[in-house]
Design a protein around this ligand. Structure first.
Ligand code: ATP
Ligand code: MG
Length: 247
């Protein structure tokens, strides 16, 4: 069953030309997928559009059959808060709130009850339990990243959109996060779409999409092998642009 369906997305920035140019993407419920592509190819832009935070110039995004960019602002904010777990590069943590307050905020905004035991378990799994009373300002980049991840996971979203979630983590914390994402996907049936530059991280996902020249090339199964991901990535990205007929 399709959870996210994007069709013919395009986006340009002033002075930047066309960043996305006809992106089609379908994400099946329960899948764990990944997007790779050169720096500046538009991966973050794509995730921002899929999350409803940014509107495309053209094209449409449907999540669970609802068209994101046709929703009124309030409906969209509520939809995002309840259904979409965002882990973005710039974290968006609120410095005036403690770590645990940041993590609880989306649930509280929604008027829902906070389950303290569940919250503490999640903080513990992410290795930030001892930091829970601190302000994000007092944390390292990697620690802040894990707080942002906790906040995204705590709402039990229908989909997690993660932009280089391991980007600021050391290899031990990065592996722990990969394991956590994989468990969430397998055990809780949480759908995940993640952007990464690291073939070892991509290999944790099941399916890989490559972004090049403003479009997604044909996706492939990662086979859970970093070597295979690396080799296929180079093969597919190194060649001349894929023609329409070959897609
Ligand atoms: N707000 C903006 N205004 C103008 N140009 C922008 C803006 N945001 C991004 N760009 C440009 O659009 C292009 C795509 O940016 P984007 O952040 O989506 O790339 P990316 O694939 O996520 O790169 P990276 O791997 O380095 O994170 C880049 O050339 C970037 O400079
Ligand atoms: Mg980016």
């Amino acid at each position: 069953m399709t959870l996210v369906s994007a069709s013919q997305l395009s986006k340009s920035y002033a002075g930047q030309g066309q960043v996305l140019n006809g992106v089609d993407l379908t994400i099946t419920k329960g899948s764990f997928e990944c997007v790779m592509g050169a720096s500046g190819s538009g991966k973050s832009t794509l995730l921002h559009i899929l999350s409803g935070l940014m509107s495309p110039d053209a094209g449409e995004v449907q999540v669970d059959g609802a068209s994101l960019h046709e929703m009124k602002d309030r409906t969209l904010s509520q939809f995002r808060r309840r259904r979409i777990g965002l882990v973005f590069q710039d974290f968006n943590l609120i410095p005036a709130l403690s770590v645990e307050e940041n993590v609880m905020l989306p649930i509280q905004l929604d008027g829902r009850r906070v389950d303290v035991a569940e919250l503490e378990l999640l903080l513990d799994r992410l290795g930030i339990f001892s930091l829970r009373k601190k302000s994000p300002d007092q944390l390292s980049g990697g620690e802040r990243q894990r707080v942002a991840i906790a906040r995204a996971l705590y709402i039990r979203p229908a989909i997690i959109l993660a932009d280089e979630p391991t980007g600021n983590l050391d290899s031990v914390a990065g592996e722990a996060l990969c394991r956590l994402l994989s468990e969430l996907n397998k055990d809780q049936n949480c759908t995940i779409l993640m952007v990464t530059h690291d073939p070892r991280v991509a290999a944790v996902s099941d399916r890989l999409h490559l972004l090049r020249d403003g479009r997604l090339l044909e996706h492939f199964e990662t086979q859970h092998s970093a070597d295979f991901v690396s080799k296929t990535y180079l093969e597919m990205m190194g060649h001349a642009p894929v023609s329409e007929s070959a897609r």
